[in-house]
Ligand binder design. Structure first.
Ligand SMILES: *Cc1c(COP(=O)(O)O)cnc(C)c1O
Length: 296
């Protein structure tokens, strides 16, 4: 569903595609990214999904839940061996465990090695055969799923905006966008490597990355962003997550204010979900004595 954002914008229209409403646990783009991967795993008669993620990972939560619904075992290789003792204080990991996910905690150093053949071979020795879903879930089948985010009713928008993590979601959006539309990506992390990753999957060139709104890097947030997220929710009724959609929306509103979009532009922002991560982020914010993100 596309929901209009009723804020006093001068001369542009902004709508939000509420992909966060797709499913209560497998929200937004993670549902899209897993759909064809799970079909493939079942088709190839795998009984187990294995994937990777960090402490608050939306992807870990989604794989745990989607695996359970599909009758597949799930294994999560988790970044940070200190987290093993903190499951009860970590809403994401606790949720994933309740869905039946089995964890293996690895040090940050070992985690860096996770795509090497030796690392994978050791996992096969330990767990037996599994269908491997990469960190963040991006692969060709994930991009195929994300091509279903836009539909024919969205053709009148001039701009399509999406948060960017690994680039799989925006690649799907680019592939299904019309050539008269411009796709804007808002990276949630620093670094130029994303462009190369998107080029690998994207079939068109009507897109651009807006790299000024990462707030210092992945999962880094400050008081200004928290205030924005809380005020956006109270004014529009739309909750945003602090890691992806909050930064994207902050960027869109800032670009509107500074006249980036020509008068009359119709903008569609994709709400990619991620709201499950707020509880975990609030624990960290409380520790840092920062204001909390409001939840219903
Ligand atoms: C994972 C995630 C993204 C990033 O998606 P990529 O396909 O990795 O670019 C964006 N928004 C939310 C809410 C996410 O959970």
């Amino acid at each position: 569903m596309n929901q209009e954002v009723n804020l006093p914008f001068q001369g542009v229209e902004l709508f939000v595609k509420r992909e966060d409403d797709i499913h209560p646990f497998v929200s937004g783009n993670k549902y899209r990214k897993l759909k064809y991967n799970i079909q493939e795993a079942l088709h190839k008669k795998y009984t187990t999904l294995l994937t990777f993620g960090g402490a608050y990972s939306n992807h870990i939560a989604a794989v745990a839940s989607a695996g359970k619904m599909s009758g597949l075992n799930t294994i999560g290789i988790i970044r940070g061996d200190e987290l093993e003792k903190q499951i009860p204080n970590n809403a994401t990991l606790q949720f994933a465990q309740n869905q039946g996910m089995q964890f293996k905690f690895v040090s940050r150093t070992d985690y860096r090695d996770k795509t090497s053949q030796a690392f994978i071979d050791n996992l096969v020795k330990e767990f037996g055969a599994f269908y491997l879903v990469p960190e963040g879930g991006t692969n060709p089948l994930a991009v195929k799923g994300c091509e279903e985010i836009l539909n024919g009713d969205d053709s009148h928008f001039d701009y399509i905006c999406s948060a960017v993590g690994t680039g799989g979601t925006i690649s799907g959006i680019i592939n299904s966008a019309f050539s008269h539309q411009k796709v804007l990506g808002f990276p949630a992390l620093k670094g130029d490597f994303l462009k190369e990753d998107i080029i690998k999957f994207a079939t068109k060139s009507n897109w651009e990355l807006i790299s000024e709104y990462h707030f210092g890097g992945y999962a880094k947030i400050n008081e200004e962003l928290i205030t924005f997220i809380n005020s956006f929710k109270s004014k529009t009724g739309i909750p945003l997550d602090p890691i992806y959609t909050g930064k994207m929306m902050f960027g869109i509103v800032d670009l509107i204010k500074t006249g980036y979009f020509p008068k009359g532009s119709k903008i569609l922002a994709i709400h990619t979900g991620g709201l499950q991560g707020i509880t975990g982020m609030n624990v960290a914010l409380k520790r840092k004595k920062l204001p909390l993100i409001e939840i219903d």
